[in-house]
Design a protein. Sequence first.
Length: 68
Amino acid sequence: MSDFMQWLYPRYIKPYLEEAPQGDYAFWMDLLRSDLTCQGEEALEKAREFTAIHAFLLGMRTGQGLSR
């Protein structure tokens, strides 16, 4: 993963995810976090970072394809 994406995640993507309405998912996220150990929380955050970055990149690529 590029240094830019590792810079972008905590400054743009993560704050967006934290502000986004969770709706029906809030219960499940709270349930998951309450059952995790410290290592599990760290693993969840790294997995969330990975998937969020790649979802962001997919959106960029898809948007570029739609503009043609």
